[in-house]
Design a protein around this ligand. Sequence first.
Ligand code: GLA
Length: 343
Amino acid sequence: MPESVTGFAPGRVNLIGEHTDYNEGLALPFAISEGVTVRAEQIDGDRMEAVATDLRRNDSFELARPSGARGWRAFVRGAVAELQEAGVPLRAARVEISGDVPRGGGLSSSAALEVALTLALIALSGSPEPDRIELAKLCSRIENDWVGAQTGLLDQLASLLGEDDHALRIDFRSLEITQVPLELGEFKLVTLHSGDRHSNAASGYNERRRECALAAEELGVPSLRDATLEAAAALPSPLDRRAKHIITENQRVDAAVAALEHGDMDELGRLLDASHASLRDCYEVSTPAVEGAVEKLRSAGALGARIIGGGFGGHVLGLMPPGAHVPERAREVRPGPGARMMD
Ligand code: GLA
């Protein structure tokens, strides 16, 4: 059995398909090169020691009985508890966490942390790596039950199953995943922070999720994946707008896959803009700072720009044509490989 291991999990950018994951819909994310690294080293005794290097904070708790905590500690305790619940024979360890994906910025630092932690702890236990879709579900339980954010599976699947130069078309009903080549040539995808920090748990994310469940119930369908625009239009406000966003966003995901297949970047830009307008007007998850950041990318010549992730702040994404001047502080993002062990 190894004495120490190092796991790395990337953050993600969602090209299109926002808030569709918990509605059994479609999304098109890709893993980025920034992420979270977890080094786990076996120690004597029956306690877990954790160090968040960038935050200069630590934690210590009983391996057999992790109790709840707040912030980054909830992720570590939740990972230990959920892995043991799933039958992984964890050993006492010291885990060191560091990362270069901005926290709370819509680039999925949370999923990167869950995935890097679980991969490292599983490897240190000497157990074989589980099926990655099952591991994504386990990571999502950490976030739902230990951190208190009722998020879906988008981020974990992107972090675990990303591939170089590809986006993943995910069907959240069947969990069928198709790798879609993301060949941009001279075009660039860039992210720009809006200046508003967001927090999924504290924001309206959970409220949006409840509204979608209510809309589906009122329509008498298992999820909004089955809803039609005609039926959605008859729902009371704001459920009518929430449902309209989900239905049209699913359509935009497949339109984006087709645009990529044809190398039609103008069309991809139009779809990003349409997604943003829908997230702003129907889903109401934009903020003035986000609008400012989207505007900045558009004035720099972006073919399309939109808010990404849960919303209420964080990063925006822009598609820049060849030769366009990328605004200061905007950073290019490229599709990279998914989570992996580094040893
Ligand atoms: C956050 C959640 C995801 C997904 C997106 C919105 O990133 O963690 O599950 O719902 O918001 O698409």
